[in-house]
Ligand binder design. Sequence first.
Ligand SMILES: *[C@@H]1O[C@H](CO)[C@@H](O)[C@H](O)[C@H]1NC(C)=O
Ligand SMILES: *[C@@H]1O[C@H](CO)[C@@H](O)[C@H](O)[C@H]1NC(C)=O
Ligand SMILES: *[C@@H]1O[C@H](CO)[C@@H](O)[C@H](O)[C@H]1NC(C)=O
Ligand SMILES: *[C@@H]1O[C@H](CO)[C@@H](O)[C@H](O)[C@H]1NC(C)=O
Ligand SMILES: *[C@@H]1O[C@H](CO)[C@@H](O)[C@H](O)[C@H]1NC(C)=O
Ligand SMILES: *[C@@H]1O[C@H](CO)[C@@H](O)[C@H](O)[C@H]1NC(C)=O
Ligand SMILES: *[C@@H]1O[C@H](CO)[C@@H](O)[C@H](O)[C@H]1NC(C)=O
Ligand SMILES: *[C@@H]1O[C@H](CO)[C@@H](O)[C@H](O)[C@H]1NC(C)=O
Length: 526
Amino acid sequence: MKQIVGWKCLLLILNCLKTVTCAKEQQPNIVLVVADDYGYRDIGYHGAEFATPTLNKLAAEGVKLENYYVQPICSPTRSQLMTGRYQIHTGLQHDIIWPSQPNGLPLQFPTIADLLKSVGYSTHAIGKWHLGFYKKEYTPLYRGFDSFYGYWEGGEDYYTYYHCDSFHNRSTPTDMRILQGYTNEDILSGKYADKKTWCGYDLRDMSEPVTNMNGTYSTHLYTKRAIDVINRSKNAGKPFFLYLAYQAVHAPMEVPAEYTKPYAFIKNKNRRIYAGMVSAMDEGVRNVTEALKSTGLWNNTVFIFTTDNGGQVHAGGNNWPLRGLKHTLWEGGVRGIGFVTGPLVQQQGKVSEELMHVSDWFPTIAEAVGVQINGTLKLDGQSQWQMISKGSLGSRKEILHNIDIWTPLKGKMLYNDTFDTRVRAAIRVGDFKLVTGHPGDDTWYPPPHLGNPKVAKTDSTKNCWLFNVKLDPTESSDLSDTRPDLVQELLNRLVIYNSTAVPPLYPQSDPNCDPKLHGGFWGPWE
Ligand SMILES: *[C@@H]1O[C@H](CO)[C@@H](O)[C@H](O)[C@H]1NC(C)=O
Ligand SMILES: *[C@@H]1O[C@H](CO)[C@@H](O)[C@H](O)[C@H]1NC(C)=O
Ligand SMILES: *[C@@H]1O[C@H](CO)[C@@H](O)[C@H](O)[C@H]1NC(C)=O
Ligand SMILES: *[C@@H]1O[C@H](CO)[C@@H](O)[C@H](O)[C@H]1NC(C)=O
Ligand SMILES: *[C@@H]1O[C@H](CO)[C@@H](O)[C@H](O)[C@H]1NC(C)=O
Ligand SMILES: *[C@@H]1O[C@H](CO)[C@@H](O)[C@H](O)[C@H]1NC(C)=O
Ligand SMILES: *[C@@H]1O[C@H](CO)[C@@H](O)[C@H](O)[C@H]1NC(C)=O
Ligand SMILES: *[C@@H]1O[C@H](CO)[C@@H](O)[C@H](O)[C@H]1NC(C)=O
């Protein structure tokens, strides 16, 4: 309760700032588009074998973020994007938020929507939420958004909006299944006995269940809602924040047949469907930007595009030439696609090599709209607005990729007087990256047309790697034996971060989540 009062005070402070900034011309609109499980290789300008004309053009007109990092899975990335805080500081450092768990992004952390709303923005979320819903207070309308249209959990059928979940507790998260010898592919194909314990629909307009959209593909549905928001914002007299979190291009592999027609040359079925899913999303982004232009709003809009994590190679995605995939702490899991575009970005056609992280969006957007948050919020993110809009040097030198004390320990402790290398963690300092514990599948997966994966020959007990990511972005050359001094230095940084961590939140599934008890829909049960 104390903490909630704490951030209400913060909003009061921000409201005061609003009166200062209101006198100026209207603040820019912010459109933030998030693609789901969109791999590093899966955009035209990174060499995808399919077309992304809209994304290519938008990125080419703005700033491509080519040294940009996200988190390896959904809820963690979205939590950092929304709050500007590392997971070790919110409790979401272990796995995602499963629909059956009584869990959510803790309420004491204001979101970027809270901040923008407090300075006079209208705020709209469309698509995927995935930051908790077991109590209504965790849902978007209570987290700073004036409107919401989409789904509260993490994945579902693209046409029926139906999804099942099984039991989860600390002994059954995805990483554990992988440790038990199942591959991601087994889990996706159902070979892992994923009991469909609880099933229901998940599509909401504001907070109300939507029942009449069965059969409409979600990329079309969310695009239409986004255009609706844009149309309504035209004469609203205030700036808007549109958070458009597409379901695309996460599994299941579904897309209207017309979108896969150009891709008959792609022999791998998942990859072919994925190419179609990406094309539909690219078209959706085209429609959204055309609506911004035809309403005249584009001139005063900052348009941001980001993925939420690396590609899921077993569901059509790809991160080649990077090592690893979604879920893992290798570059294939965390190095993301991102760009910022629109007339307010003063450098067009720029490729930025400055280090940036998904936690930076909160302070970056704050600076873009003229809100000073220094001194009022203790964020892990750093504003990159000067870097993006004017080409200044970035301020970030370091990224804590994560520390997860709950992934089972791996191997032997290598040093007695610093961070325990058995613990799953990764950190980037300057050009160097240290990985410890069990980082996940480290195979290099080329797209199917380029041949077979190269399996990394790592000792199953090995638990410490050091790379110069600038010189060796594919993490091919482990330096941990030749540079023990650097290993020690980065382990010491992990000790410092770890000392600031809060305990992970990962409650056991609650049978009261059962949609059968709530009219067939996933929804609050407490
Ligand atoms: C997780 O659930 C399993 C199966 O119900 C149970 O055996 C185990 O004790 C639980 N573990 C924890 C940490 O609660
Ligand atoms: C949605 O459509 C599918 C396929 O046509 C059908 O099997 C399912 O029963 C429908 N669901 C509802 C809730 O109408
Ligand atoms: C948005 O406005 C345009 C122009 O008035 C109109 O053609 C279009 O149907 C509207 N779209 C939505 C989704 O409201
Ligand atoms: C984009 O707009 C066109 C023309 O209105 C429409 O046919 C198409 O379905 C839209 N695509 C998406 C993804 O919404
Ligand atoms: C938006 O920008 C275009 C191109 O620079 C310009 O022609 C137009 O007048 C601007 N519109 C507004 C409303 O500022
Ligand atoms: C924030 O930074 C600005 C510019 O550096 C400074 O003028 C202002 O006093 C700072 N505000 C707080 C609350 O620290
Ligand atoms: C760590 O401590 C153990 C037990 O005291 C000792 O056997 C081992 O040699 C030490 N390892 C290192 C790397 O110092
Ligand atoms: C991290 O911090 C936790 C909680 O303070 C502590 O129990 C644990 O030993 C630390 N782990 C490492 C590897 O330093």
